[in-house]
Design a protein around this ligand. Structure first.
Ligand code: NAG
Ligand code: NAG
Ligand code: NAG
Ligand code: NAG
Ligand code: NAG
Ligand code: NAG
Length: 803
């Protein structure tokens, strides 16, 4: 068995050349173990019986891998997932290993530190109930996860697939990873889609028992030795939007989503300057595993105005589990040409409001400018009855004595969770306990890792609470404070039952003539939309959205829409009420007589809209989106702006519909989880698509596409019958092309010819093109788009009157 493993492993290992070369050469240096000839790098595609290549890496199936107990080795049929999401990588996510009893993967290994990455896809497995997927994961003596439900986690982060990454010490010649379904839940099961493991030099994150790590707020330092396991949570770099910052553990994410205040400081970027950094302090081991060289080429500083800098702290907030210690590694490198001597830029570093560094002077610490260094700290995030909490890092100039520049600088942050005294890294899933122990009236849905998990609970609470005519308050973990003064602990938003009517199923059946097919006016991922007539007070037409019973997506989006309904704005479609009975999930909206905007732009049978009408619709839609972005306590990103989601009422007033994909921002995001990209092809912000970075500017991009649909009277995808090239052409690309070639006239809908004032056309195209900027930072805000459109409308109306 062992021999065959060696053969197997070396076969796939050979294609890992680079990867392995880096890893194993180091590994052999560090671990004195003469007999290792087993390459330790494993990429295991669980539930599969075949080898596959993905992204240049070779995966093997777990069936026949010899890592599973013998009884599993024979099962030959792979467990295919029926509804693999199109955005997820096929390997390892298209198959899973599912078990109702404890299951151990046993990887032959050499003693030493191992990186362990576990891949999960939150999905319906063979129609098994995802809420029954509660399990623990142990690696050797360490508990990595406990009472873990991947769909809860995925909901919280708003993604479908994700990984959990760990560093564990292997002491024997085997690394055993055990998945155990929770004994507390009947019929609980465990699943896993993939496991990756490779050796890592010990010294990278474990300075050992000789080098003390300052423990913030404690007298005694902590010695991080092989006793501990770590979970790698965040790796952020500054402004990494345009360059990939990557190390052996994957991509580093942009830091700006973690900045909480309105003050973002400024970004220093020397990528274009031909300077070389002096890496002697950090060995190459460090930057291959910990910090890559590119990390140090950008930095965040405060602003150029020292007086203003004294008035604020440059602060990052990271959501973490409470009750654990965290290893915080700050990366510094003085890259400003102005700062070359010690005592020129001296600042304080606070971690969780406590002083970590009274006088940080990067040039003094590194001995010279352009020399990367990093410093480690340990911080305890106190136990707040199991809730999620925040770890904050703040910088502030130290003014005593007054330095040359009242400023601060930072190049990167890493945060790792340290296992507790029981060797556990697993946070409690508090909500389940509360649900068990308390009466429903007392349920205040707790913050924490649990928002997504609470779907069912929230829904039940809604009903209960609307009966009890009480206010439901809920907290969300993914909402960071939008400014530093409003504490993230505030309960936001508050939803009152009075706003949302609960219909009975009977009422809705009558209104829709028992869901007559003849009344279907639309269909989507959620289910079908019917036109209905409510005979409450008079004769009110409504739109009835009925959830497709098997659609989990529907359930989630339903939830989301109920949350968003508290918004009331004349340019947002109003939710009148809902119905939840038995298996039915139904939403009732105001009826929009004229239907979606797209129907009026390129459906032949409709009367073409006039230019003024089109401008008014654009202004209305922009107002609706602007309201979502700014009119509420926490900005909301729609994520699916398109002409099909802009509906028109009988007076041609545009209203934004379909809040199923909405997100409050900034959404919590792990450093190495892949956010599921949602939205519609043709409207997707390229930066969001590429970087998985979601901001309000993603809506701005999509709205830019809508502006060109309006101007051109063509759909977002395949706007022109391309005879010569049979490529798929997006309207955005085409518009950009015409703009650059100065052939904007070609864009204008023939129906509009002669009606568009030249200056209006110029300004309209300008704002549209700005919306389509590749970099989100270069796009205007929705407020700016709105005011431009208002000006254009004004101008056009003026000429109309003048004529
Ligand atoms: C790992 O699992 C294998 C097979 O289940 C078992 O024989 C072995 O004793 C385990 N090793 C450790 C260190 O737990
Ligand atoms: C790099 O830094 C080391 C240690 O600070 C120093 O000894 C060395 O001279 C520096 N090299 C260069 C090229 O500046
Ligand atoms: C680090 O990576 C570079 C290039 O990727 C490689 O040349 C070098 O040998 C690596 N160093 C170590 C110690 O692995
Ligand atoms: C740090 O202070 C800010 C306000 O000064 C407060 O909102 C925040 O909760 C504090 N954080 C911790 C961890 O105490
Ligand atoms: C910066 O943060 C520290 C620690 O939370 C706090 O004591 C200090 O008052 C803050 N300074 C400013 C200007 O907000
Ligand atoms: C955290 O609090 C819970 C209950 O308040 C307690 O059971 C648990 O032991 C505490 N954990 C730590 C690490 O203090």
């Amino acid at each position: 068995m062992k021999d065959s493993h060696i053969v197997e492993s070396s076969r796939y290992a050979s294609s890992f050349a680079l990867h392995l070369f880096l890893l194993s050469s180091l590994f052999f240096d560090l671990v004195t173990c003469g007999s290792i000839n087993v390459p330790d790098t494993v990429l295991l595609n669980c539930g599969s019986n075949e080898a596959s290549q993905f992204n240049g890496e070779n995966w093997i199936g777990d069936v026949g891998s010899n890592f599973l107990p013998p009884e599993y080795e024979k099962s030959s049929s792979p467990l295919l997932i029926s509804n693999i999401h199109s955005g997820e990588p096929k390997v390892p996510y298209s198959t899973a290993r599912i078990t109702y009893s404890p299951l151990t993967y046993s990887f032959p290994s050499s003693p030493g530190l191992k990186f362990v990455r576990v891949y999960f896809l939150s999905s319906l497995y063979l129609m098994m109930n995802p809420s029954k997927a509660y399990f623990s994961v142990k690696a050797g003596p360490y508990t990595l996860l406990s009472d873990f439900n991947p769909s809860v986690f995925a909901e919280e982060l708003n993604l479908v697939s994700f990984t959990k990454d760990f560093l564990v010490n292997v002491r024997e010649d085997k690394l055993n990873i055990t998945f155990t379904p929770s004994p507390l839940i009947s019929n609980a099961f465990a699943f896993v889609n993939g496991i990756e493991t490779f050796p890592v030099p010990h010294t990278i994150y474990f300075p050992g028992s000789k080098i003390p790590v300052p423990y913030i707020g404690q007298q005694k330092p902590l010695f991080i030795n092989g006793e501990y396991a770590l979970e790698t949570l965040y790796r952020v770099s500054i402004d990494s939007d345009l360059t990939d910052v990557k190390n052996a553990f994957g991509l580093w994410l942009d830091d700006d989503r973690y900045i909480s205040s309105s003050q973002y400081g400024s970004v220093l970027d020397i990528k274009s300057r031909t300077v070389s950094l002096n890496y002697t302090i950090l060995s190459s081991k460090d930057y291959n595993y910990s910090a890559p060289a590119e990390l140090y080429l950008t930095a965040r500083t405060m602003d150029s105005n020292g007086d203003a800098n004294i008035k604020y702290n440059l602060t990052w907030f990271f959501p973490v589990d409470s009750g654990f210690k965290y290893l915080v590694r700050l990366h510094f490198c003085e890259i400003s040409m102005m700062v070359t001597q010690p005592n020129q830029r001296v600042f304080k570093v606070y971690i969780n409001n406590q002083t970590a560094e009274e006088r940080m002077d990067v040039v003094a610490l590194a001995g010279a400018p352009l020399t990367p260094v990093h410093k480690d700290y340990v911080a305890m995030v106190p136990n707040e009855s199991g809730r999620r909490n925040y770890l904050s890092i703040s910088l502030h100039p130290n003014m005593e004595p007054k330095p040359k520049y009242a400023d601060a600088i930072l190049n990167g942050i890493e945060i790792m969770k340290i296992s507790d005294s029981d060797g556990s890294l697993a946070a409690m899933f508090q909500f389940r306990r509360e649900q068990r122990n308390k009466k429903f009236q007392h349920v205040i849905i707790v913050a924490g890792a649990t928002l997504g998990a609470i779907l069912g609970l929230l829904l039940t609470s809604f009903i209960l609470i609307s009966r009890a005519r009480k206010k439901l308050k809920w907290r969300t973990s993914h909402i960071l404070p939008s400014n530093s003064s409003s504490s993230h602990k505030n309960i936001q938003p508050t939803v009152t039952s009075g706003l949302c009517h609960q219909f009975t199923f009977a009422e809705i059946s009558i209104a829709t003539s028992n869901f007559s097919e003849a009344l279907v006016i639309g269909e989507g991922g959620f289910g079908k939309v019917y036109k209905g007539i409510m005979q409450h007070d008079g004769y009110t037409p409504v739109a009835v959205k009925r959830s497709n019973r098997s659609s989990r997506q529907g359930y989630k989006e339903f939830q989301n829409e109920i949350n968003i309904f508290s918004f009331c704005h004349m340019n947002l479609v109003s939710l009148l009420g809902y119905c939840q009975e038995a298996n039915e999930l139904i939403l009732v909206y105001e009826y929009m007589t004229q239907g979606p905007l797209c129907d009026h732009l390129y459906k032949k049978q409709k009367q073409p809209l006039s230019w003024i009408q089109r401008l008014r619709i654009c202004v209305g839609a922009a107002r609706g989106i602007h309201y979502l972005h700014t009119g509420t306590t926490h900005p909301v990103i729609h994520r699916d702006i398109k002409s099909a989601n802009i509906l028109l009422d009988q007076n041609w007033v545009a209203k934004i519909a379909d809040f199923g994909l909405c997100r409050t921002v900034p959404s919590l995001c792990h450093s190495h989880v892949s956010t599921e990209v949602k939205g519609t092809y043709g409207y997707l912000d390229p930066e969001y698509y590429k970087r998985r970075k979601l901001t309000e500017k993603s809506d701005v991009y999509s709205f830019g596409v809508v502006l060109f649909e309006v101007l051109c009277g063509r759909p977002a995808v395949n706007p022109v019958a391309v005879e010569e090239e049979n490529e798929k052409v997006g309207l955005a690309t085409w518009a950009m092309h015409c703009y650059q070639c100065g052939t904007v006239d070609k864009l204008v809908d023939p129906h509009l010819e002669g009606n568009v004032r030249a200056e209006c056309l110029r300004d309209f195209v300008d704002i549209g093109i700005q919306c389509l900027a590749n970099r989100s930072a270069d796009r205007p805000t929705m407020g700016e788009v709105l005011s431009s459109l208002e000006k254009i409308l004004c101008l056009q109306e003026f000429f109309l009157k003048g004529n």
